[in-house]
Design a protein around this ligand. Sequence first.
Ligand code: SF4
Length: 411
Amino acid sequence: MPTSHPRGLPTGDAGGPTDDAPDAHDAHGAPDALFGLDELRTGPEPRTSGKPLFRDSAEARRMLAVREIHAEPGAAASPRGKQILAAFPDAEVIPVDSHWRIPDLHGNKGNAERWVRIKSTVLVLGEKKTLTVRPNGRSADWIAPGAANGCAMACSYCYVPRRKGYANPITVFTNIDRMIARLRRHVVEQGPKREPNQCDPAAWVYDIGENNDASVDALISENTADLVHAFTQWPTAKASFATKFVNPDLLLLDPRGRTRIRFSVMPPDDSRLLDIRTSPVEERIAAAGDFLEAGYEVHFNLSPVVIRPGWEQAWAELLQHMDDVLPTGVKEQAAAEVIMLTHNRDLHDVNMEWHPRAEEAIWRPDLQQAKRSENGGWNVRYRNAVKAEAVETVRRLVAAHAPWLTVRYAF
Ligand code: SF4
């Protein structure tokens, strides 16, 4: 799920051909031994609940029942690639030259049922060649190189599909050891955080889910587990990802406070209209206590905030519900990002073909302004005055109904 997890404002490009330009700094990095990667490959012994894993359940298969895997040869031959192929023994494996060029999969041709079928039955395995750590400063201090891109869910405002198209299935990057080595080097280069900021008072925060939902990715591979484990070894840093999916298998990891999970929430009526294929908002909120107990830091993304008739009352009720049901422990450490809806003209056109009712809520030319993006498209956001007033309203509602919830930033 995107830094603000598509869950809101893009903090960077959803990737693209440039994403794979060789990075001289990383593509020929130091030997693995320098970074202790053998240890990272094995990771800690996972905790077990004694129960079957959620990823083997019928519910998990409704989200993802992989029948086709398009794999770059190097990715398929890698240790992580082999693990994934072994986990889906019945899937047909189709070799591809590049995870970026699979015309039959990507794009917006066809109807929504076809996209959802592709998202839920197809995987792509690739190797990430550019391992860039980008500054952010809002949701996190840094954006980590993504261990995946694409998503099995289909939120109507999501910016993740804008490069590959709405039919993009999840691409898993198999060279997780190189990503972790890159991150480790970056963490070491930063040293301790000298000044507290709104991202975190003490740790450098790295977003590990800019263009993916790490909870869903954990149904496929150990990439999320490896990242969670890696951050337990770096006392000056913390991982962070937003999610709209409750994956109980993540409770078996041992994050030791070094991973922040950010459950994205919005009024349930909005979510039912806009968050296609996600866990219900009530379920995300109900899971917060379990995740805290398992050793995660638990934050919330109040996002995206959609201005529609009755929105203030709906958010008041949501915040009141959070106040009613969240355990004290969650409240004591929770903070939130508030992210107003951003939209995109091309995405609007796509959505009009399959989900026009959603567009009634999120395409509001009377309230929005368009701005040319770096990619040449038109991004759309609420006009400055409208947005400023709405942000103030959300802050006021939080103060009134969930005063324990620190708003880290509102945008
Ligand atoms: S489609 Fe996936 S990545 Fe996009 S906003 Fe929804 S959950 Fe997040």
